[in-house]
Design a protein. Sequence first.
Length: 274
Amino acid sequence: MTLNIGGTLLLAGVGNMGQALLSGWLDRGLDPRCVVAQDPAPPPHAKSLLERNGIAVHPAVTALAESPAVIVLAVKPQVMDGVLPPLAALAGTQTVVLSIAAGRTIAGIERHFARGTAVIRSMPNTPAAIGRGMTVAVANGNVTAAQRAICDTLLRAVGEVAWVEAEASLDAVTAVSGSGPAYVFFLAECLADAALRVGLEPKLAQQLARSTIAGAGELLYRSALPAAVLRQNVTSPNGTTHAALEVLMADGGLAKLMREAVAAATRRSRELAS
């Protein structure tokens, strides 16, 4: 299978997420010769990927033979304003800008580029590193159907993709799927700690927590059944799971905490975007 974007792909930032995306694209057949990478200090794992595929990485890209088909913004939000002006000088009328930076709005990106530039803002998450990411994207009014299709293909190289019409939705998306892996990892921490407290050895406690959460997640991913039904299937009346769920599902329990956590993350995303 060949991933053809019809021109040059300029990747600004090859940190964890940029490297994960690039790895997915190359696995999907993207010709490394069409990739130009920019990063003043790429991490070792990214440098290794670039070297294996013959892709040079530049501290800054100041000139290209032709305007890129796609500029992917994979830099940290706090350095975006310094990175965008030189990139804008390279963009052409057919270039689409694909951002994966959290908290940076389409309007904030547009102001650095020429009027009419096609911009897509997306929110992936870290499971993209193993091809199991979840990305939600929104396009401005200048994005053509062809440009949207190219960016959809690029994002699907590392997982699932959903598109929304309202950019404001990305604050909630960030709180649920963008930050969500951290909630799951914390659950694993808590489960392992609870296992220690009921007498299990540390190594076994870690193994049980990690494998149980990973296995349950995979079952949820593969099953067509709702999460609630899968939960009910594990729960026997008056059994051990039932006893535990009475604690977790009590007023003030996990459901309330999760609602509060997602609401807090949504508020913070809005604050960062403004």
